[in-house]
Design a protein around this ligand. Structure first.
Ligand SMILES: C[S@@+](CC[C@H](N)C(=O)[O-])C[C@H]1O[C@@H](n2cnc3c(N)ncnc32)[C@H](O)[C@@H]1O
Length: 503
């Protein structure tokens, strides 16, 4: 088994892709992360807050946000992922497809770095949750889907034109059947119980145990049964004690009887302790974690900050003490503070330049970090918070952690050694003739045909021939912009129509 090549409590500052690519495969226990949602707008921090000045853009385009080599890699190695991106492009447009490609290349790395017992929770909202679920099915395998959790993030969000959107989605996937799962329980105010349970058990013993009161009497309108005086209390005229005297005495001795001010028992005074009742297992609808109140100390002012209670719940359910929790989009450090509180180890990443200071300030305000006068100026109780802008170097010799998935999706290669660019062209001509796949024109000289914009990775890369195309020069140039064969054909058809009209 490979070991993790990043130290506990490291905050990476910058684009997370190179950092993720530098982590050894199969080394992370839990990824709980909240990337941009593709909302098509910018987010700004509250002025005068801890996060003042922070902003991030949540708009996506092929030109600005997506690199050609990501497209090549996905098309070569992850055809199902590419098909999901294509489907999103057809259904929702270019921005959605660009967003999925940008996030998809990172989710592939997240999948790779997870251990076999690891899990991913991806926070999103209905803007893209349906496409992201398809993307994660293609990356993790559909059998690894565990839950789509709906979190009610606010009480109301009124809009005139439609129902108010008040929920976020968390997509939960496991790397394999062996995932860590401690069970999900309600955990109101740090306990395993729900808010309703805590409200019902509203009395508290001097030793801190919560209890509710149960009636000790029962209706006895027509009988004398139980109608005796016990320790100075007699049930009402139509009622009798519901238990035998010995039982009542036993509870008295055990201190289970709630007394009136005069020291006599209350007729509804049987103490039922919360600790004797089961925690309430959680379902996939979470309505009991409320938004962070404006006046709460937890609030940093960071746009899109999530409540600690939400991430503590996830971390408790899907990791154990000492496990490594990774958040590649950690923002103002919610996952990190939650992990530290629960004695997990963590790695955080964010492109925001104040992420490191914010991690430290939040940990300090929680009593989990203290100033110590070293050069970084701070020391955690258990060790320093590391800071890096440099990607880690893998020590697992680039081993892939996703052999199963790769085997499932591998495209059949022609037998023989890897092909050079020229060999690929010859192979495609043998298969299809000297035809441009973009405009269907037939040529009589192979000189007019080029391999499509995807660089064949004949020099050390995979040379999947099955998704390579032979194109004429003009089509290849159009395809560099439209990126797909269907896009190229649509573009050619449009140009054909325009040419006919003489435009
Ligand atoms: C929705 S916010 C996360 C909020 C976080 N859950 C919290 O409670 O503070 C998304 C974060 O992704 C970060 N981000 C966007 N693009 C990034 C990239 N390429 N690499 C690393 N972080 C990125 C943004 O700076 C932002 O902090």
């Amino acid at each position: 088994m490979t070991t993790l090549n990043v130290q506990n409590r490291t905050l990476f500052h910058g684009d997370n892709l190179p950092f993720l690519r530098g982590i050894n495969s199969g080394t992370i226990h839990l990824i709980a992360t909240d990337p941009p949602f593709n909302k098509g707008r910018d987010f700004h921090a509250t002025p005068d807050s801890l996060a003042a000045g922070a902003r991030f853009e949540d708009r996506w385009s092929w030109d600005r946000d997506v690199h050609q080599d990501w497209i090549d890699a996905i098309q070569d190695d992850w055809p199902a992922v590419w098909q999901v991106i294509e489907a999103a492009r057809a259904a929702a447009g270019e921005d959605m497809a660009a967003f999925l490609c940008w996030l998809g290349v990172r989710l592939l790395e997240m999948h790779r770095v997870l251990r076999e017992d690891g899990s991913l929770y991806l926070h999103c909202d209905p803007t893209a949750s349906h496409y992201l679920k398809a993307l994660l099915d293609a990356i993790f395998g559909r059998a690894q889907f565990r839950n789509e959790i709906t979190w009610q993030r606010t009480e109301s969000h009124n809009t005139a034109e439609r129902y108010g959107n008040i929920t976020d989605i968390l997509l939960y996937y496991a790397k394999s059947e062996d995932e860590t799962w401690n069970g999900g329980f309600h955990d109101y105010e740090g306990s395993k119980y729900s808010e309703q349970q805590l409200k019902r058990f509203r009395h508290v013993d001097p030793d801190g145990r919560r209890y509710r009161l149960e009636n000790l009497t029962a209706p006895r309108p027509d009988s004398d049964s139980g109608k005796f005086e016990w320790r100075g209390t007699r049930p009402g005229p139509t009622r009798g004690w519901g238990y035998r005297l010995e039982q009542l005495e036993q509870w008295w001795q055990e201190g289970r009887i709630h007394l009136k001010k005069d020291g006599t028992p209350r007729t509804d005074g049987l103490k039922m302790y919360l600790e004797d009742s089961e925690g309430k297992p959680l379902q996939n609808l979470w309505t009991d974690v409320s938004r962070i109140p404006n006046t709460s100390d937890e609030r940093t002012g960071y746009p899109t900050q999530k409540p600690l209670a939400l991430y503590e719940r996830i971390i408790k359910a899907s990791s154990n003490e000492g496990d490594f929790v990774l958040d590649p989009f950690c923002g103002c450090a919610t996952t990190i503070v939650a992990a530290e509180r629960l004695e997990r180890r963590w790695i955080g990443m964010d492109i925001w330049d104040k992420a490191h200071d914010t991690v430290i300030e939040r940990l300090q305000s929680e009593g989990l970090a203290a100033p110590d006068g070293d050069t970084a100026g701070r020391l955690l109780t258990f060790g320093r918070v590391g800071y890096s802008t440099v990607a880690p170097v893998r020590t697992d010799e680039g081993e892939t952690a996703a052999p199963i998935l790769k085997t499932k999706q591998k495209i059949a290669e022609p037998p023989g050694s890897k092909m050079s660019r020229a060999e690929m062209v010859d192979f495609l001509i043998d298969q299809n003739g000297m035809v441009c796949r973009g405009c269907d024109r037939q040529f009589d000289d192979p000189l007019y045909l080029e391999l499509d914009h995807n660089t064949p990775r004949s020099d050390g890369g995979l040379n999947h021939i099955s998704n390579r195309l032979l194109l004429c020069g003009p089509c290849n140039r159009i395809k560099s912009n439209t990126l797909t064969l269907s896009g190229l054909r649509r573009e050619n058809a449009k140009r054909g129509r325009m040419a006919k009209k003489g435009e």
